[in-house]
Design a protein around this ligand. Structure first.
Ligand code: SF4
Length: 447
């Protein structure tokens, strides 16, 4: 829970030495409480105070990182129940299951799909994040071989799944350096699996018989010094698992109940055998409130809608998706190629650039910073108007790339054409179509 300035002040040295850049400890405490200063600016604060302040300022749901390098993913760190209150922070990670009961060919095919199924949308690469490797046999040697095989076939993050500590230890031997998620510590194994997590520095999931037991397991791990924890309440009925997600999030955020202040893992793969139903269950857990979901397979028709749903839910509702402003070359244009301009609302950019691409007429596209607003909204807000467009065009450097001086503006900005011709002497302003889908036909007549 956040501390007030006065509560922070009580923990400071109270010498008013001024080394933190403000004259008094009280002023520094007020700045800290307001998030305008960092504790490290005070060189004389005690270790005890540091620990207390760090604890107090910790997010109510601990952020956990699984994996290393570019393929690592972060879950948890959430601060609100509902997206419109602020935003959701770390997108639900999607994992695909492989087991030691599967044939080598099936494992290879599933990992191959994991590597290949990458979708590009609004400039982002959307994909699953992890391979969950499960021991069905309980045989450590078999599990170790499977983990080794999967680790060599993908650089994605890994989840090691077994309820037997010796099996998990065998898998960890091969991939501890890649910081997999260890799944799972149960009531019977919490000590041994907690030890594995501590020694390897990997995050660990707890699996309870119910949510209450899961909370007691996180508490036990926390007391043993294991901090990076993921919760599985153990529920496998959709209704109970959904309720557990809501209770977990609410307990952590509203009641500040630390034992449930961790991200969760949900297993749609264990809730149904129907692939379409599994996708529906997964979509529910992306909305509320799983940190990780494990799917039994990656089917394009299920994965694509899930990653798009996730993209929509985990974007900031107060800030439109924006593309970087600048000159975009589409299809190797030359100095005689058409020049178009649009705004940097990502969806606008991708529709317009996609239509230009499909026209097969190489073109330059100027993308202007309108704070992520679409053409009509930006125009109405005075952010996509003649004087600003002219200033952007002059600064953009496009004049050195083309020998003509013709600019195609969106049809919805037609009223700016006169102003633009005044602002850009010598330029011909051409009014393009209102709809992106009409751009290919328009460009074929462009001269
Ligand atoms: Fe107080 Fe620390 Fe700032 Fe000195 S540096 S005034 S002790 S808060």
């Amino acid at each position: 829970m956040a501390l007030t300035g006065i509560q922070i002040f009580k923990l400071l040295p109270k010498t008013n030495c001024g080394k933190c850049g403000v004259p008094t400890c009280l002023a520094f405490a007020m700045n800290l409480a307001a998030g305008k200063a960092e504790l490290s600016s005070c060189p004389t604060v005690s270790e005890e105070a540091k620990a207390q302040l760090a604890e107090a300022s910790a997010p109510p749901i601990r952020p956990i990182t699984v994996g290393t390098g570019a393929t690592a993913f972060k879950v948890g760190g959430e601060t609100v129940m509902f997206r419109h209150e602020k935003r959701f922070e770390n997108p639900t990670a999607i994992a695909v299951l492989v087991t030691d009961a599967m044939s080598d060919a099936d494992v290879a095919a599933r990992v191959d799909k994991f590597n290949k199924y990458v979708y590009e949308r609004v400039g982002l690469k959307l994909r699953a994040q992890a391979v969950a490797i499960k021991s069905e046999s309980g045989d450590p040697a078999k599990f170790e071989a499977l983990v080794d095989k999967v680790a060599k076939a993908t650089d994605g993050a890994l989840i090691l799944m077994s309820e037997k500590p010796d099996v998990l230890a065998a898998g960890l031997k091969k991939v501890a350096a890649r910081k997999p998620l260890i799944y799972a510590a149960t009531k019977a194994t919490v000590e041994a699996v907690g030890k594995l997590a501590k020694e390897s520095g990997c995050a660990v999931a707890v699996k309870g018989a119910n949510l209450e037991e899961a909370a007691s397991l996180t508490d036990a791990l926390d007391k043993a010094g294991v901090k990076d924890i993921v919760i599985d309440s153990g529920a496998r009925s959709v209704k109970q698992a959904f309720q557990d997600e809501i209770i977990t999030r609410g307990s952590a955020l509203v009641k500040k109940f630390r034992p449930l202040g961790y991200p969760t893992i949900a297993l749609p793969c264990e809730m149904t055998k129907n692939p379409m139903k599994e996708a529906l269950i997964a979509s529910m857990f992306i909305s509320k409130y799983a940190g990780i979901i494990v799917l039994s397979d990656l089917l394009g028709e299920a994965l694509f809608p899930l990653v798009v749903e996730r993209l929509n839910i985990f974007t900031d509702p107060q800030r439109p998706l924006a593309t970087t402003p600048g000159i975009y070359e589409i299809g190797a244009p030359n100095e005689s190629s058409p020049l178009l301009i649009t705004t940097n609302f990502s969806l606008t950019y991708f529709i317009v650039s996609g239509e230009i691409e499909s026209s097969k007429i190489p073109s330059y596209l100027l993308v202007m910073d309108t704070e992520g607003l679409s053409v009509m909204t930006a125009w109405a807000a005075g952010k996509f108007v003649a004087d600003l467009m002219a200033a952007f065009i002059k600064k953009s450097g496009i004049e050195s790339k083309i020998k003509h001086r013709k600019l195609v503006i969106p049809g919805y900005s037609a009223s700016e054409s006169g102003g633009l011709e005044e602002e850009l002497p010598g330029w011909e302003i051409m009014v393009g179509p209102r709809e992106g889908s009409h751009i290919p036909a328009y460009l074929k007549t462009w001269k």
